[in-house]
Design a protein around this ligand. Structure first.
Ligand code: ATP
Ligand code: MG
Length: 357
C-alpha cells in the first residue's frame, strides 16, 4: 500500500491552474524529493498533502484513506517549514511540548516523547535554552524535533536547509538522511537544490510548470533523463545539446558526424531533427589523429582544482567540457576532442523527448 497517493491532483487559484493533474505514489518509508525551478508548484503540492491548501480536483490519499476533506491535524503528517518559526519566548523543551498540546497526552508521556526526540536529534543538552541561544543548525533540529514528537506517519519538508550556510547545510542534510534511515518514516521533501535531491532521495520527482517531468531514482534521472528539461536541469554544469540530423545512418552536426550508437537503432528515422546530449565530463581531450577526433578552440578555461571547465567551440557549437585540470589547455588553444559514445543522449528536437524514453 502506498503511504501517499496523488491521483490527477489539480490546484487552481481562481481561474489560474498551477498544478496540472499530477499522479504520484509514495511508498511507506520512502524518501521522495520534489525538485524543480522556482514557481513550478512544489510548495503548493506539499501544502495540499499537508492539508494547508484545498485540492481543486483529483484524489489525495494518505495511508489508503482519501483525505481531500480531512483536517490537517487528522492526517498523520507533520510539516517542517523553510523558516522554522520557533517560539522565541519558549525554551527548546517548551517548543516541543507545545506541538503536543492538541494530543492531550499525560505529562509523563509528553516528557517521554520530548526526551526521546531530543536524544535522537542530539538536543538533550539544549532543552532549557531559548532559540536565540542556538545556532542555525540547532534551531533547524528543534524545528524537526517539534514535528517528530508527534510521531507522524509522514514528514513533509519545504526547503528545510535554505536558511543555513553552506557548511551547516551539508551537516544537517547528512543528519536528515541518517534520521530517515533510523526512523524509516515516509518523507516528502521539497527543494530546488539538486545536490540535496540526489543525496537524500530514494525517488526524485522533477517538476516543471505544474507538471511532473520525470519520476525516478537519482541514477535514473541522471543517466536516463526522459527529456531535455530533465537532462539540462540535473547535472552541473548542464548537459550540452547540439542540433543534429540523422543522415545515412550517422548523426550529422556540422562540422562533424558521429556514428549512431547501437542502442538508438530503430528509435529514429532518416532525416529526423535531433538534439545530441553530451555531459561536460563526457567530452575528452584527444590527440588530433585519434579516430573521431573533432577540432575545437578553447575560448575560456576555468580552474576548479581537480578539474577544469573549458568553454570550447566546435564549428558553430559552443560547448562546455570538464577535463582533468592537470592537462588543461590554454585559452585560445586549438585542441581535439571526442565524445564518449556510452554517454551520448539523443532527443527529438521538436518535442524534447528522449529517444530511449
Ligand atoms: N495564493 C496564490 N494565488 C495565486 N497563485 C499562487 C498562489 N500561491 C502560489 N501561486 C502560484 O503558483 C505557482 C506555484 O507556486 P509554488 O509556491 O508552489 O512554487 P515552488 O515550486 O514552491 O517555487 P519556489 O521554489 O520559488 O518555492 C507559482 O506560479 C505561484 O505564483
Ligand atoms: Mg516553494
Amino acid at each position: 500500500m502506498s503511504s501517499i497517493a496523488l491521483e490527477k491532483v489539480v490546484k487552481r487559484y481562481g481561474a489560474i491552474e498551477v498544478v496540472h493533474s499530477i499522479d504520484l505514489s509514495i511508498k511507506k518509508g520512502e524518501f521522495v524529493v520534489l525538485l524543480g525551478p522556482s514557481g513550478c508548484g512544489k510548495t503548493t503540492t506539499l501544502r495540499m498533502v499537508a492539508g494547508l491548501e484545498d485540492v481543486s480536483d483529483g484524489r489525495l490519499s494518505i495511508g489508503g484513506r482519501v483525505v481531500n476533506d480531512v483536517a490537517p491535524k487528522d492526517r498523520g503528517v507533520a510539516m517542517v517549514f523553510q523558516n522554522y518559526a520557533l517560539y522565541p519566548h519558549m525554551s527548546v523543551r517548551q517548543n516541543m511540548e507545545f506541538a503536543l498540546r492538541p494530543l492531550k497526552l499525560t505529562p509523563a508521556e509528553v516528557d517521554r516523547r520530548v526526551r526521546e526526540t531530543a536524544a535522537i536529534l542530539g538536543l538533550d543538552a539544549l532543552l532549557a535554552r531559548r532559540p536565540s541561544a542556538l545556532s542555525g543548525g540547532q534551531r533547524q533540529r528543534v524545528a524537526m524535533g517539534r514535528a517528530m514528537v508527534r510521531t507522524p506517519d509522514v514528514f513533509l519538508f519545504d526547503e528545510p536547509l535554505s536558511n543555513l550556510d553552506a557548511k551547516l547545510r551539508t551537516q544537517v542534510r547528512w543528519e536528515i538522511g541518517k534520521l530517515h534511515k533510523r526512523l524509516g518514516t515516509t518523507i516528502l521533501y521539497v527543494t530546488h537544490d539538486q545536490v540535496e535531491a540526489m543525496t537524500l532521495a530514494d525517488k526524485i520527482v522533477i517538476m516543471r510548470d505544474g507538471h511532473v517531468a520525470q519520476v525516478g531514482s537519482p541514477e535514473d534521472v541522471y543517466t536516463r533523463p526522459s527529456n531535455t528539461f530533465v537532462a539540462t536541469f540535473i547535472g552541473s554544469p548542464a548537459m550540452n545539446l547540439i542540433p543534429a540530423r540523422l543522415m545515412g545512418g550517422r548523426l550529422q552536426a556540422e562540422p562533424f558526424t558521429l556514428p549512431l550508437p547501437d542502442r538508438f537503432a530503430g528509435r529514429t528515422v532518416e532525416g529526423q531533427a535531433l538534439l545530441i546530449g553530451v555531459r561536460p565530463s563526457d567530452i575528452a581531450l584527444t590527440p588530433v589523429d585519434a579516430p573521431g577526433a573533432m577540432g575545437a578552440t578553447v575560448e575560456v578555461t576555468e580552474y576548479l582544482g581537480d578539474d577544469a571547465l573549458l568553454d570550447i567551440r566546435v564549428g558553430p557549437h559552443e560547448l562546455i567540457a570538464q577535463v582533468p585540470a592537470a592537462n588543461r589547455p590554454a585559452n585560445d588553444a586549438s585542441i581535439s576532442v571526442t565524445f564518449s559514445t556510452a554517454g551520448l543522449h539523443l532527443f527529438d528536437a521538436a518535442t524534447g523527448a528522449s529517444l530511449l524514453a
